[in-house]
Design a protein around this ligand. Structure first.
Ligand code: FAD
Length: 379
């Protein structure tokens, strides 16, 4: 898997990054290559023909993709998270309709949870799911920042639970097929970074789905948030942003080795202060990597301590990626400061880590609440 990811990074992602970052276009060639290689089957279950990988495999592949082009890592990660959510309690109809085509590289899905009204509180959807009959439901509401927006074959989205008895924070996850009547896409969001992910708003006006498209049962919402959505999402994002940090570190290392002064023939690699700064940077990236791998492995084992480590992994990688790119820019001098050069792009992309929900502040707050024995989702 890692070998295939590295090949696609070299052959496709790094090239597509230049155009996608400049034009703000979706990473179609990267996603096509990932589908063709079988990598989009990563988290699809083995009994559906997929590879059945968990969080560790996801973190590793996203890390490789993040080194090549983080927007592609983000698009790929959202597909894998959506797949894991569908797979968690899949019915035989859902296996045939979604997971088997995903395993064959024929279907792209993605996650659409965030809403303009509740923002970073992605676990409180206000989109409604109204039963018309036992078999048919209507969805009304608006999703925002949908990665792979309008390019996926299906969207895993959250709605307020259909049941009248359900409390306000209960929700159902559903899968909606692209092109269903009542779906209307907003224009591509013109982001500072992550410009190849096609973030869009999705308006749902009486969008009709069948009972087959509802995942799990009413009342499953907390189980989904803490057992599938958050763990897989945090892992995919942690891997992708780690890839950004690693690429920046590699760029700084190359620059220090290659920058030769004409007055004395030495390179920056011989300046002890810069050696020290580079070493410090490596240690920062490495300790973040080990936290991410450790958290993902705990998650795969179903260890109940996993969730706090996963919260910490995504919170820590956000600072690691931003700080590493920032430091790499300093080490690279004026050349590193080039407008829209590699480090400029990495800086813009890394910055998204802090604001993608669960955001850095919210993750640290959740850890604190857990340590204090308070309910994590208390707002
Ligand atoms: C590049 C990108 C891709 C994305 N892709 C997807 C996607 O595919 N699917 C999807 O569902 N969503 C996606 N999102 C949305 C994302 O996950 C967030 O939900 C969204 O960015 C929140 O934005 P907001 O402007 O509404 O934040 P707000 O809710 O307005 O928050 C603003 C700030 O206030 C802080 N804040 C709010 N409440 C608290 C609190 N209680 N404690 C501490 N701090 C708090 C937040 O941490 C944040 O820093 C994406 C976002 C980006 C930037």
């Amino acid at each position: 898997m890692i070998k295939k990811a590295k090949e696609i990074v070299q052959d496709v992602l790094v090239k597509e990054a230049v155009v996608a970052d400049r034009e703000g276009t979706w990473v179609s060639e990267s996603m096509a290559a990932l589908k063709e290689s079988g990598l989009t089957a990563l988290t699809a279950p083995v009994d559906c023909g997929g590879h059945g990988h968990g969080m560790y495999g996801l973190a590793r592949v996203c890390e490789e993709l993040g080194k090549g082009y983080s927007s592609a890592g983000l698009c790929y990660g959202m597909h894998c998270v959506g797949t894991a959510v569908i797979a968690a309690k899949a019915t035989s109809w859902q296996k045939t309709t979604y997971l088997e085509p995903i395993a064959k590289g024929l279907h792209l899905t993605t996650l659409a949870l965030s809403e303009p009204g509740t923002g970073a509180h992605f676990y409180i959807p206000q989109t409604s799911l109204l039963p018309l009959s036992e078999q048919d439901f209507l969805i009304n509401g608006t999703k925002t920042f949908v990665t792979n927006g309008s390019h996926a074959d299906s969207y895993v989205l959250s709605t307020a639970a259909a049941s009248d008895e359900a409390s306000a924070d209960q929700f159902s996850c559903v899968v909606v097929d692209e092109g269903t009547e009542g779906m209307q896409w907003g224009k591509e969001w013109d982001g500072l970074g992550m410009r190849g992910n096609s973030s869009r708003m999705l308006h749902l006006n009486n969008t009709r789905i069948s009972a087959n498209q509802i995942l799990g049962a009413n009342g499953d919402q907390l189980w989904y948030v803490f057992n599938v959505v958050a763990p897989y999402f945090l892992t995919a994002m942690a891997g992708t942003y780690l890839g950004i940090a690693d690429r920046a570190l590699a760029e700084a290392t190359t620059t220090l080795s290659k920058r030769v002064y004409t007055h004395n023939g030495t390179t920056l690699a011989h300046v002890s202060l810069l050696q020290h700064r580079l070493g410090t940077l490596w240690a920062k990236v490495e300790r973040t990597r080990q936290l991410i791998y450790h958290a993902a492995l705990l998650g795969d084992k179903g260890d109940e301590a996993a969730i706090l480590s996963l919260f910490a992994a995504k919170a820590e990688v956000a600072s690691c990626a931003v700080d590493t790119v920032n430091e790499a820019m300093t080490l690279s001098g004026g050349i590193g400061y080039e407008n829209n050069g590699l480090l400029g792009m990495l800086m813009r992309d890394a910055r998204a880590a802090h604001v993608m929900a669960p955001t850095t502040d919210i993750l640290y707050t959740w850890i604190g609440r857990a340590l204090l024995d308070q309910p994590i989702l208390s707002d």
